[in-house]
Design a protein around this ligand. Structure first.
Ligand SMILES: [Zn+2]
Length: 284
């Protein structure tokens, strides 16, 4: 019996190690055509976008280095040779930039100025993938006959966010300024701000129309109505948590009280209801 228990425990340990190792084994990179030669790419980590054509691929975000080969394969399926010409990073988080060291080799990597500052001092980040073109102002590009604008945003998810606006094609990649149908992650430790996040969401809503296809940083392809829902959820839950604070509730008491059934569907494993309340509670 005892031997059996030891065996079972070590087998369990073995399987959980294997699961850890193969975290990316089952991930598939899917490409969804949105407009002409503009695609939304999903896998594990932040949603990507690609513009294909004879000038090479413009890729928005790079997910994880472990997925780089799969991303390359998908790019080969949707373009002549899959060769990347330009890589854009929407911000500095690992699930958007870890692939830089593979996918960004020998090409321009464009990001908000503050992304460079953060990645340069990040010990876990491979410096081969550091951005090479640093933005403080919007940059207009034209690649493969697609006009796009890279727009650095004021502090919101972090202090180094940018969005990608394909005005003519009417497609917007928000980076992590949008978590479709989920509580958003606002990285206050990296300069993010709840008020800034809400303000930027309003700016994005004002920029687009009802036909705009919105690629969120996380979640399904969405639109203006999706951004509005997200804004409404943030405004309502912020007001609720502020009312708790005003009534003298501690953070623990606010968490215990919760947000009610109305917002249950926005809870997910990374930003749970508790974590969202904690984010809102510390906001000014
Ligand atoms: Zn992020």
């Amino acid at each position: 019996m005892r031997l059996f228990t030891v065996l079972a425990v070590s087998l369990l340990a073995f399987y959980s190690m294997a699961a850890e190792k193969d975290r990316f084994a089952d991930v598939q990179i899917q490409a969804k055509p949105l407009a002409g030669n503009i695609y939304m790419l999903t896998g594990s980590g932040g949603n990507m976008a690609a513009v294909t054509g004879p000038q090479g691929v413009l890729l928005v975000d790079a997910q994880f280095a472990e997925l780089a080969a799969k991303i390359q394969t998908t790019l080969q399926e949707i373009s002549a040779n899959g060769k990347i010409a330009t890589l854009v990073n929407t911000h500095h988080h690992a699930d958007h930039v870890s692939g830089n060291k593979v996918l960004g080799q020998g090409v321009a990597i464009i990001a908000h100025q503050n992304v460079y500052q953060r990645l340069k001092t990040d010990e876990k980040f491979d410096k081969k993938g550091l951005p090479t073109v640093l933005l403080q102002q919007p940059l207009a590009l034209n690649i493969n006959n697609v006009a796009l604008e890279l727009i650095p945003m004021p502090v919101s998810h972090t202090d180094g966010d940018l969005v990608v606006w394909f005005k003519e094609a009417n497609v917007l990649h928000t980076g992590d300024l949008m978590f479709a149908g989920r509580f958003p992650f606002i990285d206050v430790k990296s300069g993010g701000s709840v008020a800034g996040y809400i303000e930027n969401t309003k700016q994005l809503i004002a920029k687009i129309d009802d036909q705009t296809q919105v690629i969120p940083g996380h979640g399904e392809l969405t639109d203006k109505a999706g951004l509005r829902q997200s804004l409404l959820m943030m405004e309502q839950t912020l007001a609720l948590v502020q009312s708790y604070k005003k009534a003298g509730l501690s953070l623990e008491q606010a968490v215990a009280k919760g947000l009610g059934d109305k917002y249950k569907s926005w809870h997910w494993n990374f930003i749970t209801e508790q974590r969202w309340i904690e984010t809102l509670y510390q906001a000014e």
